[in-house]
Design a protein around this ligand. Structure first.
Ligand code: GBE
Length: 499
């Protein structure tokens, strides 16, 4: 029996809406949306099938096979271009509400230009969408999960302001063609990840442009405008008729101060602003524009480097207003957490150096056996959700990715623990911190091409045998575990994926 003081506190929390009455941390609301995710380059294959154009990842891996840890690339991948009906069968068996997949821009527009449409590419996504709907699954579509048409990259890709027009044309084709059936749109997946294609000094991320502290900010600037264009286009021409939602999927690690010193607390805040605020503040904050802290630091550093203008481009007042508020929900991808202290590291200049932070991990955190970066820190997800809730106007959040990698075992107990502990933290953020989370999407339905890690790092709840040209898929224990949760809306205590 709770003490009367505790009962009073609970009552206050319920009244203030900070808690769902009767909610417990192992049960999701009845209308909560469960799903699974993938991305075009990672699963489709058919890299030049039926008139598809070359994408920047095709170009990079063909020129640099050594950029892949096991020599695998997206030429065939899971062959979902041909096997999509099998994928839908698995998704149905898993019991998802939605399938989050991305459209390959060069598959439907080989050069990226809207006057150059590849009909078989258009048909492929029509078939996939119709197959999903026939099986009671909602398509949740990402417009851009990093596979830019090479033709547009040859013009500078995301560093050329003209890309914004091309992206708007692309978005128009998508709404026009699929918007009658697609009600969930994300413009971009993980800007923080793909802008590294314009900055990393190892060139491992397509298009391998090594311009740290310049190329990445330019790309950021243009993708934010492109996002807003696609949002306003929907608002002005499609929303009334199609009644869907448009947003963006952002990712970050949670950044925890290394110690509770004032300096480390400030450093952790800087890390959050550089990794997340850079993209979130212009769209989700009350004031809009880049975070003032970034404006100040990057402007100062640029001045000290003898530049006449900041490496972080400037939005006009009109543009700040144009971008601000362009969301119907916030898509959030979370995998891991880091510890942060202050210090200078990285290329000079670089976004890393501008941020003035040094990251580490706690050696006691469990690690994925196949990953260099994935430490298992479930509480980081709750802190992240709650931080977003408090800093960006309590947005409606869909967890658009969360998942765990290993070498591909079918008895994937660790993956089950990962899902279980992370879903529990989502519930705590909802029930105890009042965050508005309406959906959770597992990454990934299938083992797939994990970018530079190839198939050495596998995130699927289904195993894919890539030695077999038929690419057979086999559900892992985690598949059955998630199926149970998705069906009952209750987090099961077992870790054996009872079949
Ligand atoms: C997401 O990225 C992606 O949306 C998805 O496509 C991907 O398959 C999935 O998560 C799993 O990774 O030591 O510098 O080489 C840094 C997650 C690389 C964010 C890995 C880039 C995590 C950003 C590692 N990170 N990624 S290192």
């Amino acid at each position: 029996m709770p003490s009367s003081r505790l009962r009073l506190l609970l009552l206050v929390a319920v009244v203030r809406g900070a808690m769902r009455p009767g909610a417990v941390n192992n049960r999701f609301p009845d209308d909560f949306l469960f799903g699974a995710a993938s991305a075009s380059y990672q699963v489709e294959g058919g890299w030049d099938a039926d008139g598809k154009g070359e994408g920047i990842w095709d170009r990079m891996f063909h020129e640099h096979p050594e950029f892949s840890r096991d020599g695998q690339n997206g030429d065939v991948a899971d062959d979902s271009y041909h096997l999509y009906k099998e994928d839908v069968k698995l998704l149905k068996e898993l019991g998802v509400n939605h399938y989050r997949f991305s459209i390959s821009w060069p598959r439907i527009m080989p050069t990226g230009e809207a006057n150059n449409i590849n009909q078989p590419g258009i048909d492929y996504y029509n078939n996939l969408i119709n197959e999903l709907l026939d099986n009671g699954i909602q398509p949740m579509v990402t417009m851009y999960h990093w596979d830019l048409p090479q033709w547009l990259q040859d013009l500078g890709g995301w560093t050329n302001p003209i890309i914004v027009d091309y992206f708007e044309d692309y978005a128009r084709v998508l709404y026009e063609t699929y918007g009658d059936r697609v009600k969930w749109w994300s413009t971009f997946n993980e800007p923080k990840s793909f802008i590294m294609g314009y900055s990393r000094d190892d060139g491992l991320i397509a298009p391998s442009i090594k311009k740290p502290g310049v190329g990445d900010y330019l790309a950021t600037h243009h993708l934010l405008i492109a996002h807003a264009r696609a949002y306003h286009l929907y608002d002005e021409q499609y929303r009334a008729k199609q009644q869907g939602k448009v947003s963006i999927a952002l990712n970050t690690d949670w950044h925890e101060p290394l110690t509770n010193s004032t300096e480390d607390i400030a450093a952790a805040d800087r890390a959050m602003q550089f990794d997340f605020g850079l993209f979130a503040h212009p769209i989700f904050s009350t004031e809009g524009d880049y975070p003032p802290l970034l404006r100040e630091r990057i402007d100062n550093n640029s001045k000290a480097e003898g530049r006449t203008r900041s490496r972080l481009p400037v939005f006009s007042k009109e543009m700040v207003e144009y971008i601000r508020g362009t969301y119907d929900f916030l898509g959030l991808n979370y995998y891991s957490t880091t510890l942060v202290t202050s210090g200078l590291t990285g290329d000079n200049p670089s976004r890393e150096r501008d941020s003035g932070i040094i990251e580490s991990v706690d050696p006691s955190w469990p690690t994925s056996p196949s990953s260099t970066w994935l430490k298992v820190v479930p509480w980081g997800l709750r802190k992240l959700i709650t931080w977003i809730h408090q800093n960006y106007n309590a947005p409606t959040i869909v967890i658009t990715e969360n998942g765990y990698s290993d070498h591909g075992t079918l008895e994937d107990t660790e993956r089950i623990s990962y899902y279980k502990s992370h879903m529990t933290e989502v519930l705590k953020a909802m029930n105890e911190d009042g965050a508005h989370v309406i959906g959770y999407t597992a990454w990934s339905i299938l083992d797939n091409l994990e970018w530079n890690s190839g198939y050495t790092e596998r995130f699927g709840v289904c195993y894919v045998n890539i030695s077999d040209p038929a690419r057979p898929r086999t559900p892992k224990a985690s598949f059955y575990y998630l199926k149970n949760v998705f069906q009952t809306h209750e987090i099961q205590d077992t870790t054996d994926g009872s079949r």
